[in-house]
Design a protein around this ligand. Structure first.
Ligand SMILES: NC(=O)c1ccc[n+]([C@@H]2O[C@H](COP(=O)([O-])OP(=O)(O)OC[C@H]3O[C@@H](n4cnc5c(N)ncnc54)[C@H](OP(=O)(O)O)[C@@H]3O)[C@@H](O)[C@H]2O)c1
Length: 338
């Protein structure tokens, strides 16, 4: 075989491989490894994105550690899909045959399968153009947390200008976007967080900040029209003390556990109690779509809201980024850069 042919074959080998974080079994974040794998091929309705940044969400934690619903969707004993990471910001490398709105070279953000990698596939419907003035990191922080906060306030909480909104768990990924979006939608915001995040949450525009380590927020003597329960730290019975008679509670999450049921016990207890108390309680799973991403992009570009990034990790340290999120007290978002 001539040297030229050998060199070409080696080059093709290099092109066919990419770095990606994979987990062949469920467990603590250190089950994840950086490997050389084959790049994914976009299906007809997908785009292949060269990833510049991703971020870390509790959903990634549940997928890696083996939360009940994650196992039901991705293999009971072992993950069928070993890749990890959901939020994505990057540049379109190739498009599937049925893609009409995006082209190679476009900068996009949204969600992808296996975003903790050099290349990942996204449905065309789950990414939107990234404004040029918005960094890849700021864009990658927003898709899941920002869309969740937006849909909780607008679609499930039906927030109106002038209403009083209480956000329990205001300093994390969802909470930091929720505080800013609630203010942008004209609400008066009471935000609950721990001592070290009081200044951060106030800087995001909260009208009143309650430090849950020194004060019981359910006994502040003020009633709210809408409560976003991001932290899931209190029973519905306790939350009743800060609600108007017609208030809605939107349950977003609950305490994160290593294995098994995750926030389900809290969600179940709250929904059961809502029937007994005849309280409007809504639970939802956020849908990531182009319109909401574009709306968030416009607010981020205009500076109406901002992504709060606590720490940034390179791709090979994505397991450490996930372990940090698993501690449950990240202020804002953790970003992974590629
Ligand atoms: N329904 C959906 O579609 C959906 C979508 C996204 C996320 N979620 C869920 O929403 C929850 C939050 O997600 P996230 O991305 O915001 O997580 P995150 O970034 O890890 O934030 C969690 C925050 O909870 C706060 N916290 C912890 N204990 C608290 C307590 N006792 N009282 C008040 N706040 C407390 C922490 O702030 P301090 O350090 O200040 O305590 C931390 O910043 C998770 O359960 C997640 O699974 C649901």
């Amino acid at each position: 075989m001539s040297t030229t042919v050998m060199e070409r074959q080696e080059t093709e080998e290099v092109v066919r491989a990419m770095k990606a974080i994979v987990g062949e079994r469920y467990g603590r974040p250190d089950v994840l490894e950086l490997r050389d794998v084959e790049p994914p091929e976009p299906a007809d309705d997908q785009v292949l994105v060269r990833v510049h940044a991703s971020s870390v969400n509790p959903a990634d934690w549940y997928g890696v550690t083996g939360f009940l619903f994650a196992r039901m969707g991705n293999g009971l004993r072992r993950p069928k899909v070993a890749s990890a990471g959901s939020d994505v910001a990057g540049r379109v490398e190739a498009v599937g045959a049925g893609v009409t709105t995006l082209h190679p070279g476009d900068e996009v953000f949204g969600t992808a399968t296996g975003a903790w990698a050099e290349l990942a596939c996204s449905l065309e419907s789950r990414v939107a153009p990234k404004p040029p003035g918005l960094s890849f990191a700021d864009a990658a922080a927003a898709p899941i947390a920002g869309c969740t906060a937006l849909q909780a306030l607008r679609d499930h909480g039906r927030v109106e200008s002038g209403q009083k909104v209480l956000i329990n768990g205001a300093s994390g990924g969802v909470g930091t976007y929720a505080v800013q979006l609630a203010k942008a939608l004209g609400a008066q915001v009471t935000a609950v967080c721990s001592s070290r995040n009081v200044d951060l949450v106030r800087s995001l525009g909260a009208d009143r900040v309650v430090d849950y380590t020194v004060e019981d927020f359910t006994r502040i003597g003020d009633r709210h029209d809408l409560l976003l329960d991001v932290a899931g730290s209190r029973s519905l019975g306790a939350l009743e003390r800060v609600l108007t008679p017609d208030a809605t509670v939107v349950v977003i999450g609950g305490p994160m556990t290593y294995r098994g049921l995750g926030p389900l016990p809290h969600l179940g207890a709250t929904l059961l109690m809502s029937k007994l108390r005849r309280r409007a309680v809504r639970f939802f799973v956020a849908k990531i779509g182009r319109d909401d991403l574009a709306y968030l992009a416009s607010l981020l570009e205009a500076g109406t809201i901002r992504s709060v990034i606590d720490r940034t990790y390179p791709l090979e340290q994505a397991p450490d980024a996930l372990a940090y999120l698993g501690e449950g007290h990240v202020p804002g978002k953790v970003v992974v850069t590629v």
